[in-house]
Design a protein around this ligand. Structure first.
Ligand SMILES: [Fe+2]
Length: 487
């Protein structure tokens, strides 16, 4: 990954620009999210695609003076990529040495912090590979094959448990992260960039190739993230998978270099092409980077956000017997309530004992355990955040709220891999379920009536970022590979 940041520029972009009434609509989506969602449909309008291309051009213009991390000459690309991989390996080794010597985790303070990271980067991860979608329409162009191969591998070649987006969706579901967490608009910027490239490949091919080059180099943060997720009992597979597929010998990093070199051979103006590749590569660093997302986590602020999301559903649902700090719960949660002050009142009134085991907090016992009166109100993620906020520094032990250790427990938590080995030893057999999928039936019916170019276009349309992870998209990917790729 490149080192410099690109400052976003969001005004003057037609329908994607912030609206004058955004300030009066606290839950209104910001401009990046609006663009992201407009592009994450099976068929964005021409106007949306053009706006997106203009926006990308502005981002690149704004970063003109940002130094490029790429090598100066295209002939040095493979050596540059190898040097990057070696540097990452050395720095990762230093990290591992530090941890073995007793150093603390560098990324995630506790389990809630790690889950918050997964949620915060989700807008990017859920469109993984999308910058290459435009190449699906050009499967017969030999020189673009390394890029299309990368895209098909992002899609897991149509195999559900290998499709990167499907894997991330499963990860989020497993940890109660699937609802709208109302992330900051900046979290949508990188995903919007990727989608905008994917829907404008014909006009921005050098930039797509350059973005791919910058984005597919193995970054150090991927290795550390995977290591610390595993340590906290969270499946790191999505991240470890990228360590292996991005490898510089034959993987995506190598394919990215090959794509530049192969296209370079047929350019009338090689210098102009190379400069556009370089501009596109800087887009790989647009938006919030891993370190910035990690640094932005504040457990108490996240608890406030969680309570604020629940407040409209909870106001009016409580009896007036219960008072906290002299006010009824309905009052606290109502339009005149103040969630930040409510948390203080819960602490001051002894409902929450910060820094103590959660079982000593009356409020926690309303959420979890036998006869918990508020059982089911909060998702797994939300409970983990509340749990870790209450425990404070003690939460560094990474305890899972759902599997509390006994008070005397001093052994290390089992890693995700250790837990997975334990689970796989049990009597767990896969079942062959009958398929209930009207969308898939409809897709098959439509497909049967199509031949030749029409059929190829129908299949490649189903490979779009909005659909490739669905059952129809996965089937379309497998058929596309058989009919247009491997043929
Ligand atoms: Fe990926």
């Amino acid at each position: 990954m490149l080192a410099q940041k690109i400052l976003p520029s969001v005004d003057h972009h037609g329908s994607q620009a912030p609206r004058a009434d955004d300030a009066q609509r606290p839950n209104a989506a910001g401009p990046y999210r609006r663009l992201y969602e407009a592009l994450l449909t099976p068929s964005p309008t021409l106007q949306t695609r053009q706006h997106a291309a203009q926006w990308l051009q502005r981002l690149m213009d704004d970063s003109k003076d940002v130094p490029s991390a790429l090598c100066e000459a295209p002939e040095d690309l493979h050596a540059w990529a190898r040097a990057n991989a070696q540097s990452v390996a050395q720095r990762y080794q230093a990290y591992l040495d530090g941890r073995r010597a007793g150093g603390e985790r560098q990324y995630f303070h506790n389990r809630a912090h790690a889950l918050n990271f997964l949620a915060s980067v989700a807008p990017t991860k859920l469109v993984d590979g999308s910058w290459l979608y435009g190449l699906a329409q050009h499967s017969s162009t030999e020189r673009l094959r390394p890029l299309l191969q990368t895209y098909l591998e992002e899609l897991g070649d149509g195999v559900p448990h290998k499709n990167h987006v499907t894997l991330y969706r499963q990860l989020m579901r497993r940890h109660g992260l699937q609802q709208d967490l109302q992330l900051d608009d900046a979290n949508y910027l990188q995903g919007a960039v990727q989608l905008a490239l994917g829907w404008n490949a014909e006009h921005l091919l050098p930039e797509v190739i350059g973005f791919n080059l910058g984005y597919e180099q193995l970054p150090l943060h991927l290795l550390i993230t995977a290591y610390e997720l595993n340590e906290l009992g969270i499946d790191p597979y999505y991240f470890t998978l990228h360590v292996t597929v991005d490898n510089g010998d034959s993987g995506h990093a190598w394919q990215a270099c090959e794509a530049v070199l192969q296209m370079m051979e047929v350019q009338a103006d090689r210098e102009q092409f190379w400069q556009r590749v370089r501009a596109g590569s800087k887009l790989a660093d647009a938006g919030r980077g891993t370190q910035e997302v990690i640094a932005s986590f504040d457990a108490r602020a996240e608890v406030v956000k969680i309570f604020e999301r629940k407040a409209p559903a909870g106001a009016g649902m409580h009896s007036d017997y219960c008072r906290i700090g002299g006010r009824t719960v309905n009052d606290w949660l109502g339009p005149q309530g103040n969630i930040d002050a409510l948390l203080d009142a819960l602490v001051d009134g002894g409902w929450i004992r910060l820094g103590a085991p959660v079982a000593q907090s009356r409020f926690w016992n309303l959420l979890q355990g036998e006869r918990a009166e508020m059982f089911g109100v909060f998702t797994g993620y939300e409970l983990q955040v509340i749990h870790d906020w209450i425990r404070g520094e003690d939460s560094r032990d990474g305890q899972d709220y759902a599997q509390p250790a006994s008070a005397n427990q001093t052994r290390r938590l089992p890693s995700f891999r250790a837990l997975a080995r334990h689970r796989s030893a049990g009597p767990f057999a896969a079942s062959a379920e009958p398929v209930l999928d009207p969308e898939l039936n409809q897709f098959n019916e439509q497909l049967q009536s199509l031949e030749g170019e029409q059929r190829r276009q129908f299949l490649s349309a189903a490979l779009s970022p909005a659909t490739h992870w669905t059952s129809t998209g996965l089937l379309a990917t497998r058929l596309f590979i058989n009919e247009s790729w491997a043929a």
